[in-house]
Ligand binder design. Sequence first.
Ligand SMILES: Cc1ncc(COP(=O)(O)O)c(C=O)c1O
Length: 491
Amino acid sequence: MSQHETPLFTGLKEHAKRNPYQFHIPGHKKGHGMDPEFRDFIGENALSIDLINIAPLDDLHQPKGMIKQAQDLAAQAFGADHTFFSVQGTSGAIMTMIMSVVSPGDKIIVPRNVHKSIMTAIVFSGATPVFIHPEIDRELGISHGITPQSVKKALEQNPDAKGVLVINPTYYGVSANLSEIVEIAHSYRVPVLVDEAHGVLIHFHDKMPLSAMQAGADMAATSVHKLGGSLTGSSILNIKEGLVSAKRVQTILSMLTTTSTSYILLASLDTARKRLATEGYSIIEKTIKLANGAREKINQIPRLYCVGDEILGKEATYDLDPTKILISVKELGITGYDAEVWLREKHNIEVELSDLYNILCLITTADHEKNIMVLVNALEEMSQHFENTDERAAQALPVHVPDIPVLALSPRDAFYADTESVPFEESAGRIIAEFIMVYPPGIPIFIPGEIITQDNLDYIKETIEAGLPVQGPEDPELGKLKVIKEHIAIR
Ligand SMILES: Cc1ncc(COP(=O)(O)O)c(C=O)c1O
């Protein structure tokens, strides 16, 4: 089959065209049995392929027909031995990836700044995380990835680990030398699992960091929906056989996946793969040019700094995806969140994320010169506005990055332990039993089992005061935190 074909999407369209009498779910039957306002808004084409795994349409849980063909084409396009489609986002693919290599009690080497889906898989599987501290960029106030040297050290101390997990590239587009990490891990016969949530495009252009499959990694959870043009919630899991088993992956994926798989999401993966495989290079080339043009213009704006190749050359900053426009606003004396809100209110611009010091804007294959200029002009005005009107502008915001807390109990033991709720202000020194994270990007400040420190409590307060979304605890107001119950000795 050629990469120009879309067996799944085409098969679905042909099925819909035959217009069969439907006596199966979904009960809306091409939209006839649903609220008319929603039906008219979504449109009949989409509803005609909102189908489920009836025999002619194959089954994601045991693909043999059009889904298998679509997955095989994706594997070819992504340089994998096998590709599995996920309708539960990259989170679903990540949980599958981890749970197919670890059993209860096994060690897995992971950076501490991982997405919550990784920690969720660790809690569910009962694996023990061996954390590697990511490299911290104190200028920008962000974490990068882990370095080959730190992986080497972790493996020397834990040669029995069942996997090494790497984020490549990070949310901000930075990657370490993944080939070297793979070489080190493979010398211990330990598989490398890659969180490639922000790297679907990198496989298709040589001015991008190496993709997981190009670097020889064993598995990669790759968000096609984030940047590759498929619908939200669709993603893929690529694997290279050898140290991991495709059959095991299929079993775990099936255990974690709904039996009512959305064919709209699956079809969108099929067509996104076709576009990336057949036109990827040229559209990514154009995107990189647009992003580099934007970077240059933004760097001419007083007190704004848009990160570029100058940050490369260190172990954790080996390569950069230039389409990620990370802008440090701290010299304006405002937080990233202030900038996000200002851009929303004054210019109807929505950024990808903000943190205490930065905003992140994504230039994608959908962009063109005109909307890049909307962003650049708005940033120019923002720089002038805060210079002229805001007294904070006189002082750049100092960067504060909290320490990583110490893990006292395995995340699973802590998550399932006897717990009690204590006031936030009195929780320092206790072991936390829940996750606390800022979303986006969904990186935990605390994971279950860590010892709460005052420094981290202060950081949470600072984050909330800046307006950033802190999520995770059972008490969303953060008045109380769930901690492990302390059993006092009986006298
Ligand atoms: C680094 C990273 N990994 C994994 C995920 C999970 O992806 P999804 O939202 O597709 O489940 C995200 C989502 O933002 C992410 O930023």
